[in-house]
Design a protein around this ligand. Structure first.
Ligand code: IMP
Ligand code: MG
Length: 179
């Protein structure tokens, strides 16, 4: 697995420090409110697991699965709900937890979907953001790191379902997805 990584972009320590920072900010901003954290499968699972333990206020969790990328490294542009919410979100404050914000299509679609289901407020936390790649306007409330327009893997992020279990975030060697 390590042979496919061009370079480490964010170390375990950098990620862990940032997750604690975001957890503290959310705990402060949402104190006294009913919060539902919604992780977007599968990329956000590692971030979600760490982030929820860095939040000190009571919360509930749920997950959604959407597909927009298929198996490759290029977006299809179409967002499809593969697994919907189990919790009733009417009147709730939702915090959507995403691994990476790229074109913005996924989060823009999800925000609309949740508002249509009666959510009181939909906030967005993304670990990574590639602002140069935005096609649809989405403004995250909490961002871990801005990253360059390169394909990154690890800490939940995959290429063709691989590399999610790397504890750091690295840039994938282009040769891995070019042939
Ligand atoms: P968007 O709808 O284009 O913003 O796509 C967001 C989704 O694309 C993320 O949840 C990821 O699953 C995937 N994605 C975008 N860029 C990368 C990357 O560099 N590595 C791994 N997955 C990515
Ligand atoms: Mg993915």
């Amino acid at each position: 697995m390590l042979n496919d990584i061009e370079r480490v972009l964010l170390s375990e320590q950098q990620i862990s420090d940032k997750v604690k920072e975001i957890g503290a900010a959310i705990s402060k901003d949402f104190a006294g409110q009913d919060v539902l954290l919604v992780g977007i499968l599968k990329g956000s699972v590692v971030f979600m697991a760490d982030l929820m333990r860095a939040i000190t206020i009571p919360l509930a969790i749920d997950f959604m699965a959407v597909s927009s990328y298929g198996k490759g490294s290029k977006s299809s542009g179409v967002v499809k709900i593969v697994k919907d919410l189990q919790e009733d979100i009417e009147g709730k404050n939702i915090i959507v937890v995403e691994d990476i914000l790229d074109s913005g299509r996924t989060l823009s679609y999800l925000r609309k979907h949740m508002m249509a289901k009666g959510a009181n407020k939909v906030s967005i936390v993304t670990l990574l953001d590639k602002p140069e790649r935005r096609v649809v306007d989405v403004f995250p409330d909490y961002t871990g790191f801005n990253v360059p327009d390169e394909f990154v893997v690890g800490y939940g992020l995959d290429y063709s379902e691989k590399y999610r279990n790397l504890p750091f975030i690295g840039v994938l060697k282009p040769s891995v997805y070019q042939d």
